[in-house]
Design a protein around this ligand. Structure first.
Ligand SMILES: NC(=O)c1ccc[n+]([C@@H]2O[C@H](COP(=O)([O-])OP(=O)(O)OC[C@H]3O[C@@H](n4cnc5c(N)ncnc54)[C@H](OP(=O)(O)O)[C@@H]3O)[C@@H](O)[C@H]2O)c1
Length: 336
């Protein structure tokens, strides 16, 4: 069954029982006037029908009811939602939950009542009922869509969801080195994990999720994706490409909205700063020949200036729970 938009959902003040199957309804049939919606909402929500693909009226699900109610509220400038009668079901897909920022994001989301699907190669000790782990190697990009479909698809298609988040956080930093030291295997691996997999994930999520629910995408970026840091060229390239892909996706969503297919989906390119995680340990333990600016990272650590991973996690979670973002936005982190 598909939920048609306000123009094609027919409402009927009939005496027929709301759950009885009706013959085809025409869109010209009376739309319930707003005062009735506002004053007799309980009555009204029991008396609308959803047209299935054969244009046959069938009883709506709870999620259909809420969607219709809120569409009417929005179209008449009423506060949204008019009456949230469904439980809030927020699902987040977070990559890289086995360590660092991704683990903290997952913990905070779970504490705030989100359901979380985490993706990483290693298992995760997040022993709460709201967490489901998906063991995937994001470097295996050719198998990614099939893995997502099997392990995550039904959860993302769930019509009871009220919000969906994708946090593209996992990254491969193994590839450090000056440009004339880079070799192809490492570059392919870093591009697969840091650019190709997150781009594929953005597309898969938008294709798969019900189009009526808000989608918040966070692409965890890096200053190295915008500034030329010696020794971080390949890593920076992967982040620069992901940042641009987010901008392009936003432009495409804008174009579709202008063509009559609006969608509440936004992309945030987010720089967490210099954060106390295993990835930062790896950068700091590089030689000056590999990363000529390695002393900067050592000094920041020695001066206690690394951010705890909970700090960027809190910023990410706040963003995921908020509305009114531009289609694409970004947060840079500049060391003063
Ligand atoms: N830490 C910083 O100072 C800093 C600064 C700027 C940006 N960032 C960005 O912040 C994000 C998180 O980094 P972090 O510092 O929290 O690093 P981290 O602690 O090393 O965590 C990296 C995560 O990525 C996952 N991952 C790596 N390769 C993977 C693969 N092939 N398949 C699936 N998962 C994979 C790891 O899981 P498995 O190994 O279990 O697969 C791990 O959970 C990254 O995007 C990073 O670029 C970090």
């Amino acid at each position: 069954m598909r939920l048609l938009d306000l123009a094609t959902v027919a409402f009927r003040k009939s005496t027929a029982g709301p759950r009885r199957r009706q013959g085809p309804l025409r869109t010209s049939q009376a739309m319930v006037p707003l005062p009735l919606v506002a004053s007799r909402e309980a009555d009204w929500i029991d008396r609308f029908y959803v047209l299935d693909h054969k244009n046959t009226a069938v009883a709506p699900t709870d999620s259909d009811r809420l969607k219709c109610l809120n569409d009417v509220a929005i179209s008449h400038g009423l506060p949204f939602p008019l009456k949230p009668s469904m439980p809030d079901r927020r699902l987040a897909i977070v990559t890289g939950t086995s360590s660092g920022i991704g683990e903290k994001v997952s913990r905070q989301l779970l504490q705030r009542g989100w359901e979380v699907i985490g993706i990483s190669r290693r298992a995760v000790a997040l022993d709460t009922p709201g967490y489901a782990h998906c063991s995937l190697d994001l470097a295996a990009v050719a198998r990614l869509a099939a893995g997502l479909e099997t392990q995550v698809g039904p959860r993302v298609r769930d019509r009871g969801l009220t919000r969906l988040a994708l946090v593209n956080n996992a990254a491969d930093v193994a590839l450090l080195g000056q440009v004339d030291q880079l070799e192809p295997a490492g570059m392919l691996q870093a591009y697969a994990v840091n650019t190709i997999a997150p781009v594929l994930l953005m597309g898969w999520v938008l294709r798969t999720a019900p189009s009526r629910i808000p989608v918040r995408i966070v692409n965890v970026s890096s200053g190295a994706g915008v500034e030329p840091f010696p020794g971080l060229g390949a890593y920076g390239n992967t982040k620069a490409a992901l940042r641009l892909a987010g901008m392009v996706l936003a432009a495409e969503l804008d174009l579709r909205a202008a063509g009559g297919a609006p969608r509440d989906a936004t992309v945030w390119s987010y720089e967490p700063g210099v954060v106390e995680t295993p990835m930062q340990d790896a950068v700091r333990s590089s030689s000056a020949e590999t990363v000529p600016i390695v002393q900067v990272f050592k000094d920041l650590s020695a001066q206690g200036l690394l951010r705890p991973a909970d700090a960027p996690a809190t910023e990410i979670v706040s963003h995921l729970e908020a509305d009114g973002h531009p289609r694409f936005s970004e947060q840079r982190f500049l060391l003063s």
